[in-house]
Ligand binder design. Structure first.
Ligand code: NAD
Ligand code: TYD
Length: 334
């Protein structure tokens, strides 16, 4: 089995590559990643010498690059994307390029190369916000941010390739992930690393927006399950089953990381901030899948990982001043 993983140097992609090799040592993986600000080869240091692993630096929007990367691959798992809502509010061009055009190039090359399954990694954000109840896979898509709109557009291209050309495309829509190797601009990674640095946690608006939280390893497990058992043309929600208001999430983080609540600072709200995401993932659970971690276990593991890997995130958060800062504050602690 040979898999083309795109965006494998990012947060979920790198966890997925590690997960697949843990499950199946003989699997071959080609990781195509352009190494945007969010791509980091340090996420895969322990994997890079594996003889079944190949890294290719390149853009999924580039036909020739994708043609080369996809040769001989049975499966494609497309993680590559611009993934941060706040960045999409400041400018959406990159989101349209990578998330929509990039997906289109991959679909076309997958079709021409007879790929047996194409997994599109999408998000619960394509449904938009829901006040009560939960979204099923049949709910109408109503994305509200430039990020989620670009992910919904990519999904429509996937559907079109399935219907028009019979390309066996399967879509996963997961809730908010957290865990090791998450870029520290996202809420959980930012909150934990700020606390470790003695900085306040910025909480948008009234802090009562609700998200469902999924440990990244459980998402990888769900994606692998779908890779093996998902039916062509189908969509699968993947949820953690831990829905909570952001303020409650922060309280849990503060508890797990040993801070206090004075470290929370209410700041101006995000534009168009979706109030609540909620997924009904009974379709996947009825097929026999469920997450393996409780929320508490997963959060404790995550906090410990950031405590134990200061070097990894300090380099990202303090790119310019890293050397000076790191030496002064944390010498000898990694
Ligand atoms: P990330 O930002 O950490 O990583 C994205 C990776 O894609 C980076 O390594 C980047 O270099 C690469 N990339 C971006 N554009 C590329 C291009 N044009 N060509 C090649 N590589 C490119 O993102 P993540 O959080 O790991 O998310 C991965 C996927 O999962 C995304 O598609 C995202 O929409 C989806 N998703 C994320 C979450 C979440 O909570 N993080 C939840 C649901 C779905
Ligand atoms: P985020 O991690 O950006 O994921 P998404 O917007 O894709 O759900 O944010 C998660 C939630 O946390 C979201 O409701 C916005 C909120 N948030 C803050 O309150 N403060 C922050 O600094 C960030 C980045 C997010």
């Amino acid at each position: 089995m040979r898999i083309l993983v795109t965006g494998g140097a990012g947060f979920i992609g790198s966890n997925f590559i590690r997960y697949v090799f843990d499950k199946n040592m003989s699997c071959e993986i080609v990781n195509l990643d352009k190494l945007s600000y969010a791509g980091n080869l340090e996420n895969l240091k322990d994997i890079e010498k594996n003889e079944n692993y190949t890294f290719m630096k390149g853009d999924i929007c580039d036909h020739k690059t994708v043609e080369k990367a996809i040769k001989g691959c049975d499966y494609v798992v497309n993680f590559a994307a611009e993934s941060h809502v706040d960045r999409s509010i400041h400018g959406a061009d990159e989101f349209i390029m990578s998330n929509v055009l990039g997906t289109n190039v991959l679909l076309e090359k997958a079709r021409m190369n007879g790929v047996s399954k194409f997994i599109q990694i999408s998000t619960d954000e394509v449904y938009g916000s829901i006040e009560n109840g939960s979204f099923t896979e049949d709910s109408v898509l109503a994305p509200n941010s430039p990020y989620s709109a670009s992910k919904a557009a990519a999904e429509h291209m996937c559907r079109a390739y399935f219907v028009t050309f019979g390309l066996p495309v399967v879509i996963t829509r997961s809730s908010n992930n957290f865990g090791p190797y998450q870029y520290p601009e996202k809420f959980v990674a930012l909150s934990i690393t700020n606390l470790i640095e003695g900085k306040k946690i910025p909480l948008y608006g009234d802090g009562k927006n609700v998200r469902d939280w999924l440990y990244v390893e459980d998402n990888c497990d769900g994606i692998y399950f779908v890779l093996n058992k998902g039916a062509a043309g189908e969509v699968y929600n993947i949820a953690g089953g831990y829905e909570m208001m952001n303020i409650d999430m922060v309280h849990d983080i503060v508890r797990a990381a040993g801070g206090d609540r004075s470290m929370i600072e209410y700041v101006k709200d995000r534009l168009g901030h979706d109030r609540r995401y909620s997924l009904d993932d009974s379709k996947l659970r009825d097929m026999g899948w469920k997450p393996n971690h409780t929320f508490k276990e997963a959060l404790d593991k995550t906090v410990k990982w950031y405590e134990d890997h200061r070097d990894w995130w300090m380099k990202i958060k303090h790119k310019d001043t890293y050397k000076k800062y790191y030496t002064k504050q944390y010498k000898g602690k990694d």
